[in-house]
Design a protein around this ligand. Structure first.
Ligand SMILES: [Zn+2]
Ligand SMILES: [Zn+2]
Length: 240
């Protein structure tokens, strides 16, 4: 019997599933594929946590920011943005997975990432799995959680525990002319896909503190979001 196919998107932090993997994720989810997205850290080390409590005016919002949150509360607020982004891209709620035992933001090791990924795959038997990850970067400085997760995905693939591995080039490095760019294919969304992606981007820009929406993604990497909204695309390479 043919094995059922499943695509497993690996997000180091809340928002990577959109800005780095979004065009492909959106396409596969809408195309009826079995799409999973796993979150490997809590995203709690962002400067936005203190920024939201600094009592200062914000260039993006009216009034002052007086929203103190501890790490766990802040992580939950980021998770709400993540889940809402995945919902907008058409991922079924039960397949948007905040991994139990995820690492604290900035503390993900390759070993931990691999352990979390293998534990997830063990509960997904009988599937032909394609892993979708950000690419490990050697030529430019990369967020260490991103490197750890990318190298873990590569090991899992090399050990034959996933059928296919696709690496996505990170948008923040797009200006650089580096060897990692070799063989990349550019994915451009259709108008319909674009609508879903913009809706997903809005999940990270929603400012509604009473309801627990603090536009954390947008406060954190405004320029990246603006660039993505102007020209949503992805750059991908299938590993052999
Ligand atoms: Zn990230
Ligand atoms: Zn603000």
């Amino acid at each position: 019997m043919e094995k059922k196919e499943a695509s497993v998107y690996l997000a180091p932090h809340q928002d990577d599933e959109l800005t780095n993997l979004g065009v492909d994720l959106c396409r596969e989810a809408a195309g009826g594929k079995e799409v999973w997205c796993l979150l490997f850290t809590d995203g709690s080390s962002s400067f936005v946590r203190t920024f939201l409590a600094n009592g200062e005016p914000c260039p993006l919002h009216e009034g002052r920011h007086v929203y103190p949150m501890d790490r766990a509360e802040f992580a939950r607020a980021r998770d709400r943005e993540f889940l809402s982004s995945l919902g907008a891209m058409g991922v079924m709620p039960e397949r948007a997975v905040i991994l139990p035992g995820r690492a604290q933001d900035g503390m993900l090791s390759k070993e931990r990432a691999k352990e979390l990924l293998l534990a997830f795959l063990a509960e997904l038997p009988g599937r032909k799995v394609t892993l979708k990850s950000v690419m490990p970067m050697r030529s430019v400085r990369q967020n260490p959680d991103h490197t750890a997760l990318a190298l873990a995905a590569e090991e899992v693939f090399r050990e034959g525990k996933a059928a296919t591995l696709e690496f996505f080039y990170e948008m923040i490095h797009e200006e650089y002319d580096v060897p990692e760019k070799e063989g990349l294919i550019r994915l451009t969304p259709s108008e319909k896909e674009k609508k879903r992606l913009l809706k997903a981007a809005r999940a990270y820009g929603t400012w509604n503190p009473e309801e627990g929406y603090f536009a954390i993604g947008y406060h954190s990497v405004k320029d990246e979001f603006d660039a993505f909204i102007r020209d949503p695309h992805a750059l991908v390479r299938r590993e052999a």
